[in-house]
Design a protein around this ligand. Structure first.
Ligand SMILES: *Cc1c(COP(=O)(O)O)cnc(C)c1O
Length: 357
């Protein structure tokens, strides 16, 4: 298959198990492209992990997960009236969903639309953090707490924290302040759903707030946390020798030197994009490169593909499902059908196949 994510199955499963064992309340996040694996596959994997809840990003992702994972389904995007068409709000399906609520009017709307006698909709109340993406103020949380009794099941408070800066002060101070607001709101729930806290921060918070249960939501650190278990490789689809000046490609460029064009799987449809231009792109270094006949001077741009041990240049911008690389003379080209490594952003790449080895 053209663009393949190879997974060292044993090593990957051991990593997943170790994350969940270390943080018992872990909530795997399954959203977007499923971190490169696909949402369906991660849903089955979460069932295997034995967690009680997974999180999806938005309502239209529920279907791909609900039939493959039996537990509760947290939706991270806060409720808005315009989500009503995509949201299960009654019956067995409605009972499994935990909605995120960040505004008091949204809670009223959700309660009005739901048909879940006895319990009402299950919600987590999101508090605004320094991210300032979504959420209630401390006053909003108190107000909502007063108005929820009886018609809604509050499953906890959600905090979406920014990514920690290396060597920075961390999140403990901010979480401390927010938990003071939670205590002041006098909610019955003691579950705090959090993201992007380090194991050390979590341990500190658990020790400081023993009455609360922390539920870390994690995607990247879980699914992609052991990069050594994952490798994306692209199949070589074609190879052509070229002389200096041979024209090629959609734009009729001419080859800057003798070498080979190597056509590899993976294009814009897979999420393969142009990398930053070759380093040292200042005018002077570029002029020096022109003088040396350097390939960057020919306007070629670094690609994420490695051939014969080196990152290679795109011969032209990636096509929809394939890319053309330039391999200078002196480097033995790969054979058609060989696979070459390609560096990807997993959350922005759609591979053709995931192969568990
Ligand atoms: C995406 C997301 C997460 C998981 O983020 P990762 O960086 O992939 O671990 C957690 N919480 C919320 C609200 C999110 O949107």
């Amino acid at each position: 298959m053209p663009l393949v994510l190879h997974v060292d199955g044993g090593r990957w499963r051991a990593h997943l198990r170790s994350v969940v064992d270390a943080e018992p309340g872990t909530v795997p996040v399954i959203k977007g492209n499923g971190y490169g694996f696909g949402r369906a596959s991660l849903a089955r994997r979460s069932e295997w992990l034995g967690v009680d809840t997974v999180a999806v990003g938005q309502y239209d992702e529920l279907d791909s997960v609900a039939s493959r994972f039996r537990g509760s389904l947290l939706v991270l995007t806060p409720w808005r009236a315009f989500h009503a068409d995509a949201a299960p709000l009654s019956g067995a399906a409605g009972k499994r969903v935990v909605h995120t609520v960040g505004r008091i009017e949204d809670l009223r709307d959700l309660v009005r639309r739901s048909d879940l006698p006895g319990t009402g909709p299950r919600v987590v109340l999101e508090l605004l953090t320094s991210m300032r993406r979504h959420g209630l103020s401390a006053a909003g949380l108190r107000e909502i707490a007063d108005s929820t009794a009886g018609n809604v099941t509050v499953e906890g408070v959600a905090l979406h924290l920014p990514l920690a800066e290396a060597g920075g002060p961390g999140h403990v101070g901010e979480v401390d302040r927010l938990l003071t607001d939670v205590v002041a709101a006098d909610l019955e729930t003691r579950a705090i759903w959090v993201s992007h806290l380090s194991p050390t921060e979590l341990a500190t918070l658990r020790a400081r707030w023993p009455d609360f249960t922390f539920r870390p939501r994690t995607g990247t650190g879980l699914w992609l946390g052991d990069r050594g278990a994952l490798e994306v490789r692209a199949t070589v689809l074609d190879v052509h020798p070229v002389e200096r000046g041979t024209t090629y490609g959609y734009r009729g460029r001419s080859a800057p030197r003798k070498g080979h064009l190597v056509v590899v799987a993976g294009g814009t449809a897979h999420g393969i994009g142009l990398e930053a231009p070759l380093g040292e792109a200042s005018f002077r270094s570029r002029a020096a490169s022109v003088a040396r006949g350097g390939l960057d001077a020919a306007g070629l741009v670094r690609s994420p593909y490695t051939v014969a041990g080196k990152a290679r240049l795109f011969a032209e911008p990636p096509h929809m499902q394939a890319s053309m690389l330039f391999l200078p003379a002196g480097v033995t080209p790969p054979a058609i059908g060989d696979e070459v490594p390609v560096r990807v952003r997993f959350t922005a790449t759609d591979v053709d196949e995931v192969r568990l080895g």
